[in-house]
Design a protein around this ligand. Structure first.
Ligand code: MBD
Ligand code: FE
Length: 291
């Protein structure tokens, strides 16, 4: 017989003493935040396990799933960020951190495809690197909370190509494309040429894709362009702009953006435009993003 009282045959054991013992084992932790987080994690995980009467086979399967999620796959990503995104945890963390500042453009989640230190590009240049797609002219102003222009803000931009792939997913490309670093001018402005983003499936050939398939969910994100904006004396802003009228912007649960990333004020007019272009380039069916 062990230290714990044995339950009557057939009834669920009382596991509270075990949970309490694990929690008490954190008693010497010098970092109060870590102690609190571990304590609540253990209580939550134990309660989850008990409530669902988890079997050893199920727990082994969960561990195998998480192990695979942590493995580096072809494009040097592991899938924990995708798992966090597709379970909505990234959006919860984002909302907790960023939903309490009024009068600002909403933030959005970072996603797995940001690469730190993208190549510097001059305002007005083309970031599409010759990739096919519908031409997009972006004209963007960065302002502070009172609407005053922010000069010398550093604006990192990244997006997928027409088929929904980011450059890091395309081994045949040499060098970064569809990602760049701009600096705003005295009016807080930056402009660039690109291509119109389209709806696209998040990588679904790994464990997260299997999870989505198992619950009957699609892997698509609403079409978007990512921005990370930093300026001295200002909080950084990580955000995305979504193409108004694009796919997966609304619908029933499970039919919208698969990472729960869309916020209404980030849905932006990408305006079809014909006529002379700002730099005189001949284009057919150009679109404009005025943000
Ligand atoms: C993406 O392109 C993305 O932006 C997010 C948040 C998750 C998966 C793929
Ligand atoms: Fe993205």
């Amino acid at each position: 017989q062990g230290r714990r009282p044995q339950p009557a045959a057939g009834s669920a054991p009382d596991l509270r003493p075990l949970t309490d013992e694990v929690v008490a084992s954190f008693g010497n932790c010098a970092d109060p935040r870590l102690r609190r987080l571990l304590t609540d994690l253990v209580r939550t995980l134990h309660a989850y396990t008990v409530r669902n009467d988890l079997t050893p086979a199920e727990w082994q399967r969960a561990i195998a799933f998480l192990t695979e999620t942590g493995h580096i796959t072809t494009d040097t990503r592991q899938e924990f960020i995708l798992l966090s995104d597709t379970l909505g945890v990234s959006s919860v963390v984002d909302a907790l951190a960023n939903s309490r500042t009024p009068d600002t453009t909403s933030s959005a989640i970072l996603g797995p495809f940001y690469v730190a230190g993208p190549p510097a590009a001059a305002s007005g240049s083309d970031i599409a690197g010759g990739l096919p797609g519908t031409p997009l002219w972006a004209d963007i102003r960065v302002t502070d909370r009172r609407g005053a222009p922010v000069a010398d803000a550093v604006v990192d931009v990244w997006q997928s190509n027409e088929d929904g792939f980011y450059d890091v997913q395309l081994p045949d490309l040499d060098g970064p494309v569809l990602r760049a670093r701009f600096t705003t001018d005295a009016d807080g402005r930056l402009t660039f040429w690109s291509i119109l983003p389209s709806a696209y499936p998040i990588p679904d050939d790994g464990p997260v894709g299997r999870m989505l398939a198992a619950v009957g969910r699609h892997p698509y994100r609403a079409p978007h362009v990512h921005f990370l904006i930093t300026a001295p004396g200002h909080q950084p802003l990580i955000t995305q702009l979504f193409v108004r009228g694009g796919a997966y912007l609304d619908g029933a649960p499970g039919q919208r953006d698969t990472v729960f990333g869309v916020k209404d004020d980030l849905v932006t007019d990408f305006v079809p435009h014909t006529g002379p272009t700002p730099d005189g380039r001949p284009v057919d069916g150009e679109w404009r993003l005025l943000a």
